[in-house]
Design a protein around this ligand. Sequence first.
Ligand code: MG
Length: 179
Amino acid sequence: MSPRIGIGYDLHRLVPDRPLTLAGVQIPHDRGLLGHSDGDVVLHALCDALLGAVAQPDIGELFPDTDPAWKDADSRRFVREALARVRAAGYQIANVDLIIHAERPKLAPHKPQLRQALADLLALPPDRIGVKAKTNESLDAVGRGEALACWAAVLLEPALRNRDLRGAPFQAAGGSGRP
Ligand code: MG
């Protein structure tokens, strides 16, 4: 089995009267992300990177915004499902790298907390998770403070464990079925 790479991207509008949740962490701000779920752009981008790396359907296909089940959903549920699919395919995460585009709020003070939250969610040491924050130089919707966006890249490596964490016997996709 060769390594796999995945990329993900997401953007959500910033609107009043919504909490701002990034990587599952509530960030103090006078606006939050509009979305059918909690609008967590970081976790949505990460989710698509994980799913893409194992050629699974994307987040919009798995968790459609027309499904009331996902109304105001905690996006960590989506990442857990993506992780389960990664493990079922016989892979584990080698590292994750993120770029969050935000004019406001300033994210630098929150980066350690975001990294730790991602480490906890992905069961990875924080030194395998890169979190970068950039402004858009006051240009475009992100630059005007009307939206936040995120890019995510993941590298997957063949899993060391031969059983996934849900306890089902591991069977590589298209493989021999040997443990
Ligand atoms: Mg989204």
